[in-house]
Design a protein around this ligand. Structure first.
Ligand code: HEM
Length: 452
């Protein structure tokens, strides 16, 4: 594959590009490199003798800002797509792809710190004084990104007892305020999880089944304690039981959960938590693969931002020790306090692991729910193009019905679009095929093998 700029470049830019219409589009004019590359102005050169490493310092920060711009572009588009009700089935793969792109960019950004670390503290000290009072704390795009992901103002570590936005112009402050109020990635995720099929009380009713199984699991601890061979063994089982019970109590008692939500200790609604748990327990069902991957990518974003914060603060310590930052904070100590769960927007997804049931306690899927989450069939049409039929149900039940674009038809017939589309559409529909679920009362004991 050749470089798109290498093929003669006979396209002429159409108006509005700032270039003469009679000039051919070139690599440089398309990328506006004249502007982009003229932005490396060494402050050391303006004030005194140019310091070699300041060039790297500026280019590194500029590269960060360009990538922040790209990440924001992707995050905004995902918020728009995931915020639709129902989610546009044709856009599901696009969303996953963009989320994956963000993850890959963040990996670059974590590693980019190492390039800057080739600058020695002594070199940095040669131009550092010229930068004051400028600081990375004033990176507007970084703040915008935190807000768009869903970081709440109250979760921020206070900086000089000031609102984090006070370092910006009124116009930028207004934009930041709006980003705090507009739907965030966390908000749209929450709404989407709340609609997860299988939560309906008159359907699969996952939450009732889950509650039942948690109790069975806890009771079995007690039974094991009674049968313990020694007092020490019994005490250990009872201790385990106590701590496991306390963990589950947090989510089984909705009033307790609401109190945590009000305090900001948990960030998604109880219903959304139920949806996330449902997906996590049944992630092996084909149509939950992508939703599960989606949640995993969101955790990756939090992990990578935490890794960035950590790499950044390590570099800061190496460069300036515990001296105050050029923006006026305590520097290393302030930054170290930001490497914490307070800044993890998708913390609830990490904490799902606290509430996962052992495999043999997972409530079995009912036939209706099983069909709702079943495997799509792929057929190839006569002209060779992929014609994907979304067949549900066993042949003898006549599960493969006519093509239908209605989200409500999921689980009863076939859907147009790719299987990947349909996987996400499951989450947009609360109307799974539940006709067989009514006869599935919770099982009589906890020892259930996960196979329906
Ligand atoms: C020699 C390299 C660097 C040093 C010594 C340094 C130092 C600092 C310090 C001391 C702070 C705390 C605020 C203050 O009082 O100034 C800070 C914040 C920050 N810096 Fe850097 N920094 C460096 C490189 C970078 C790079 C390459 C970026 C990339 C964008 C960056 C982005 C930020 C951001 C976003 C904050 C705000 C963090 C927060 O409040 O959570 N810094 N930096």
């Amino acid at each position: 594959m050749s470089c798109p700029f290498g093929g003669g470049g006979n396209r002429v830019p159409k108006g509005g590009t700032g270039k003469d219409d009679d000039k051919k589009l070139t690599y440089g004019s398309y990328l506006q490199l004249d502007k982009l590359l003229s932005c490396v102005d060494l402050q050391s050169a303006a004030v005194s003798t140019p310091v070699h490493d300041e060039h790297l310092f500026i280019v590194t920060h500029q590269a960060y800002e360009l990538w922040f711009k790209q990440i924001l572009f992707e995050v905004n588009s995902i918020i728009d797509l995931l915020g639709q009700v129902p989610v546009d089935e044709k856009k599901q793969l696009v969303m996953m792809n963009r989320l994956e792109r963000i993850v890959q960019i963040l990996k670059l950004l974590v590693d980019q710190i190492y390039v800057l670390e080739t600058m020695t503290p002594l070199s940095f000290s040669e131009f550092r004084d010229y930068l004051s009072p400028a600081s990375g704390f004033q990176s507007f795009q970084f703040r915008l990104l935190e807000n768009k992901l869903g970081l709440k103002p109250g979760m921020r570590v206070s900086y000089q007892r000031q609102n984090y936005a006070s370092v910006y112009s009124e116009e930028l402050q207004a934009t930041l305020k709006k980003s705090e109020e507009d739907p965030t990635l966390l908000n749209v995720l929450e709404r989407w999880l709340e609609r997860c099929p299988g939560l309906e009380e008159d359907g699969f009713n996952f939450w009732e089944k889950y509650n039942y199984q948690v109790r069975a699991y806890l009771n079995d601890h007690l039974t094991r304690a009674e049968a313990a061979e020694s007092e020490a063994q019994r005490d250990q089982i009872l201790n385990d039981h106590k701590s496991v019970k306390e963990t589950f109590d947090v989510i089984l008692d909705t009033d307790k959960y609401k109190a945590l939500l009000a305090r900001g200790d948990v960030r998604i609604s109880h219903k959304a938590l139920q949806g996330a748990l449902l997906i996590s327990h049944y992630r092996e069902e084909v149509r939950f693969h992508q939703p599960f991957q989606f949640m995993t990518r969101l955790m990756d974003i939090d992990s990578l931002l935490t890794k960035w914060r950590y790499n950044h603060v390590m570099m800061v310590q190496r460069m300036i020790g515990s001296k105050p930052g050029s923006g006026g904070s305590s520097g290393y100590h302030y930054l170290r306090s930001t490497v914490s769960d307070r800044y993890k927007v998708f913390l609830d997804l990490f904490n799902l692991s606290n509430y996962l049931l052992p495999r043999n306690y997972i409530p079995p899927l009912t036939p209706g729910m099983k069909r709702t989450l079943s495997i799509p069939n792929l057929n190839t049409s006569v002209d060779g193009s992929m014609f994907r039929r979304f067949q549900i149900g066993s042949p003898n039940r006549g599960g493969a019905g006519p093509l239908s674009s209605s989200p409500g038809s999921l689980g009863r017939g076939s859907l147009p679009g790719t299987p990947e589309d349909a996987i996400f559409e499951v989450l947009s529909s609360s109307d799974g095929d539940e006709e067989d679920d009514s006869d599935q009362s919770p099982p009589a004991n906890g020892q259930i093998v996960f196979s329906a």
